[in-house]
Design a protein around this ligand. Structure first.
Ligand code: C2E
Ligand code: CA
Ligand code: CA
Ligand code: CA
Length: 279
């Protein structure tokens, strides 16, 4: 129990049901968080499998809560989704990621890209394409360096509308990545209709690579297929040197995971060395 002043005593239980008081409270606090700038973006590098060179970063949202501390997305994104606030959170993420990208580019790392996760609800927003384009133009960063990550499940929710919006964005040069590939139910045929430039192999596959022969063979087939479709193939959740070696051998050209770096705030990031051309 805790004395919360105005309302007397209340009990916080971590197992409260989704519609419980703590969730309603979290929702109200999330509004405040947006207004008071409590959200943060952490970044995790994406490395070229061959050279090890950092080619970009994935932005992952956090909430620096004044009382509860640093909250990971699973603690507040479900509430954001349920309340529709994910639209505002998503817009903040897009703008913040573009602002950070502009900083890296201004420092001379003009080849870096930033990857941003989009939720299914954002695709129900008719203005989504405009929101993305606004974030890019406001921060004066090239659309080619923006990668939007969407999961198979998101894409399958309203495939026509999703493809319509992604096609507009692609025409502007923005890249699309299919996230968590292998966990959903989409057909390979469907994948072909997506205007994607990148496929992210889900961590579940990466984890099994040494244990499960069938999974590994399936993965090899997926990679072969994605290559034929001219997609970049990212393996996520790479934690060991062994996984790094095997995934590279299997043909993944981009690797991401704790083996290289955990997601960290921008001030703790290791940036690629800037190639300074001799005068
Ligand atoms: P995701 O997009 O699949 O992101 C990868 C998650 O795996 C991240 O968790 C990351 O910290 C974690 N990860 C990275 N490398 C490793 C590894 O080697 N081992 C293990 N065990 N985990 C690794 P995080 O940051 O907690 O994010 C969880 C999910 O929340 C994301 O999964 C994404 O679906 C969602 N999310 C995060 N940021 C945003 C956002 O800005 N917008 C939306 N809509 N969703 C977001
Ligand atoms: Ca992602
Ligand atoms: Ca993922
Ligand atoms: Ca995931």
């Amino acid at each position: 129990t805790k004395n919360n002043g105005r309302n007397g005593f209340s009990v916080y239980r971590p197992d409260m049901n989704p519609m419980g008081k703590s969730q309603v409270q979290l929702k109200n606090e999330l509004w405040r968080a947006l207004y008071h700038n409590e959200l943060r973006l952490f970044y995790q590098p994406k490395n070229d499998a061959g050279s090890g060179q950092i080619i970009g970063y994935e932005a992952l949202v956090r909430w620096q809560h004044p009382v509860r501390g640093l909250l990971s997305p699973d603690k507040f994104l479900p509430v954001a989704e349920k309340s529709g606030m994910i639209i505002q959170v998503g817009e903040w993420v897009l703008n913040e990621a573009c602002r950070q990208l502009a900083i890296w580019h201004a420092q001379g790392n003009t080849e870096l890209s930033v990857s941003v996760n989009l939720s299914a609800l954002q695709f129900e927003q008719e203005m989504l394409a405009q929101v993305v384009l606004n974030a890019l133009t406001t921060n004066n960063v090239p659309p080619e360096k923006m990668i939007l990550e969407i999961t198979e499940t998101t894409a399958m929710r309203s495939p026509k509308e999703t493809i319509r919006i992604l096609t507009i964005l692609k025409e502007h040069g923005i890249q699309v990545s299919i996230d968590d590939f292998g966990t959903g139910y989409s057909s390979l045929l469907y994948l072909q209709s997506m205007p994607a430039s990148e496929l992210k192999i889900d961590r579940a596959f990466v984890r099994e690579i040494n244990n499960n022969h069938t999974d590994t063979r399936l993965l090899a087939m997926i990679i072969e297929l994605a290559k034929n479709m001219n997609l970049n193939i990212v393996a996520e959740g790479v934690e060991t040197e062994e996984q790094q070696r095997q995934l590279t051998e299997l043909g993944c050209n981009i690797l991401q995971g704790f083996y290289f770096s955990r997601p960290v705030p921008p001030e703790q990031l290791v940036l690629p060395e800037i190639m300074v051309k001799p005068p």
